[in-house]
Design a protein around this ligand. Sequence first.
Ligand code: FE
Length: 180
Amino acid sequence: MTVTEQILALFEARGGEEYFGEAVSQLEHALQCGTLAQEARAPAELVVASLLHDIGHLLHEEGEDAAQRGLDTRHEEDGDRWLATRFPPSVTEPVRLHVAAKRYLCAREAEYLLALSPASKLSLELQGGPMSEDEASEFEANPFYAEAVRLRRWDDQAKVVDLKTPDMASFAVLIDEVLS
Ligand code: FE
C-alpha cells in the first residue's frame, strides 16, 4: 500500500469516530481543516499538515472520550511519529506543534482563549494550560511556529456541522505531490 492509500484506509476505517466533544466526525474535521488551508492558498505541505494534523487520534485506542476521563493522549506526538517516517518536516512540524500553538495563542491573545469551545478548554487544562511568557518566546523561535499557528486557527474553525467539503480522495493528488 502506498502512503496515500494508507491514509485513505485509516480515514475509511476510523474517520467516522467523533471529533471528541464536538458535533463533527474526525473525517469531517480533517476535511474542513484541509479545505480552510487550501482556501487560504497555503503551500501544499501546510494543506496536507492541516488535513492530517489529528491523525494521531486515529492511531490510538484510548477511545473518543479520553479528555472527559482526564486523559491527555498526546495525539500530536503519535501523529508526528507516524508522519515523520513518511513526510518532510514542513508537514510534520506544524502537526507536532499544533497543541503547543493553542497554548501559545492562549498566552498571547485573551480573546483566543475565551473563544475556545468547551471541549477545547477542557483539553487545554490537560495539555498544560496557557504558555508562560518564557515558553511563548521559546515557541516563537521554532522555524515552523508561524505555520503551526496558522494550522491551529483552521483547526479551531473546522467544527461546522454538515459543512460540504471536497472528500478525502480529492486530496490524494496533493498528498502524492508532497510525498514526491
Ligand atoms: Fe484538530
